[in-house]
Design a protein around this ligand. Structure first.
Ligand code: NAP
Length: 379
């Protein structure tokens, strides 16, 4: 088993050494490879030693936790609760199963419109399991685009908390770096074209939104605050005025979108990346029809490792040093996704080789928002 401790740190000196030398671990036990991954290209990069400024990681596999830049601990494997086409009750069942299996990190959002089911599941689980306390469960939620005005940010968190049946959340994120207009009933305002009406002022200058986030952190309603879908440029702007630095940037990451530059930027600035769609979201590359789950090399790595592909993808994310947020409504998958193995160097490097140079984004709501966050990216 790999007994290494993986960490991320802030080091200007080694910033130019590249992503892998910084997040790949020092390994405390000899590596034993079961058999060579014939026909799989991989790089013989040795895990370099790295400088640890302070210990930020404990445990391995699904028991791994990281310490955020404000000292709050976050479980490395979180449970995604976005059930796009889910039937009523599906989220309740899935979250209940996840808590029974041992997940202690739930990724929620105002936008998912199912926080009431998450809240009921948490409430009922805690009722049946008095040994588990509210503070043992890390709950993240997010403010949607049309609620970026400072008072609305606060309204959003209060609204989420009451549905989640909690007094505070562990992490509160700005879901997208795009502000939109709302109606009086707190629904999204859409224009004649059916797209969101973008609030240009708050989109160009998110300082008022962030100040409201900081106030929520000060008040203890959110133990940590952060962002989601932020780009490097957006983070640079935010960091210029932030009194409280974002603790997390939740972004799409899987082998078809390794997002290496952004992940590295986050590490360099002590912002923990959290990988959404870590299993490739089951989507396909529009131009070629490729899917992460069908990739022959990734499937070969899974076969070689003796684990299923989802477990390999999650293990790859943990070894790169960030949070992973798999979603499933299938009880057996909820269970197996929480059994994250350690990859050998060879297996890890084989996944890295698949990911290198790829940039296929599956989650892009530009047609809904009427705003393209990533202009120039082909889809
Ligand atoms: P994902 O976790 O990569 O993939 C989910 C899909 O994979 C579902 O169709 C699920 O099917 C399937 N699946 C799960 N486990 C599997 C396994 N072991 N084997 C085969 N298939 C498996 O993608 P995601 O749902 O897009 O993202 C996960 C979470 O990230 C979301 O729930 C949400 O919390 C978060 N997210 C955030 C944002 C954002 O903008 N911040 C955007 C997207 C997602 P079944 O459910 O049928 O098992």
């Amino acid at each position: 088993m790999l007994g290494g401790i993986y960490s991320w740190y802030h080091s200007r000196k080694s910033a130019s050494r590249g992503f892998h030398t910084k997040i790949v671990a020092a390994v405390s036990e000899p590596l034993i490879s079961k058999r060579p991954l014939n026909c799989i290209p991989f790089f013989h990069a040795r895990p370099d030693k790295f400088v640890r400024r302070y210990k930020m990681t404990t445990g391995t596999g699904s028991s791994k936790t990281y310490t955020l830049n404000n000292g709050v601990r976050i479980p490395a494997v979180g449970f995604g609760t976005f059930a796009n086409e889910g039937e009523k009750g599906e989220t309740y069942k899935a979250v209940t199963k996840a808590l029974e299996v041992g997940y202690r990190h739930l990724d929620c959002a105002w936008f998912y419109q199912n926080e009431d089911e998450v809240g009921d599941a948490v409430h009922d689980f805690l009722g049946k399991n008095p040994n588990v306390k509210r503070e043992d469960i890390f709950i993240c939620t997010k403010v949607w685009n049309h609620l970026h005005a400072p008072e609305d940010v606060k309204w959003s968190l209060q609204n989420s908390c009451s549905k989640l049946r909690v007094d505070y959340v562990d992490l509160f994120l700005v879901h997208w770096p795009i502000a939109a207009e709302r109606n009086d009933d707190y629904s999204v305002r859409t224009g004649p074209h059916g797209k969101y009406v973008v609030n240009r002022e708050l989109t160009d200058n998110p300082e008022p939104t962030w100040r409201a986030m900081e106030e929520l952190a000060d008040s203890g309603k959110a133990r940590a605050i952060g962002v989601s879908n932020w780009t490097i440029e957006g983070l640079q702007k935010l960091l210029r005025f932030a009194r409280i630095k974002p603790a997390v940037n939740q972004i799409e990451i899987h082998p078809f979108l390794p997002n290496t530059e952004l992940v590295q930027f986050c590490f360099d600035n002590q912002i923990m990346p959290a990988a959404y769609s870590p299993l490739g979201s089951q989507n396909q590359v529009p131009s070629t029809g490729e899917r992460v789950r069908d990739d022959p090399t990734l499937n070969e790595v899974a076969k070689h490792s003796g684990h299923n592909l989802a477990q390999v993808l999650l293990a790859w994310g943990l070894r790169r040093g960030y949070v992973v947020l798999p979603k499933s409504s299938t009880p057996s998958r909820i269970e197996s996704n929480f059994q994250v193995p350690d990859l050998t160097d060879e297996e890890f490097n084989a996944v890295e080789a698949v990911a290198r140079g790829k940039h296929f984004r599956f989650v892009n709501m530009k047609d809904t928002f009427g705003y393209d966050l990533w202009p120039g990216e082909s889809r």
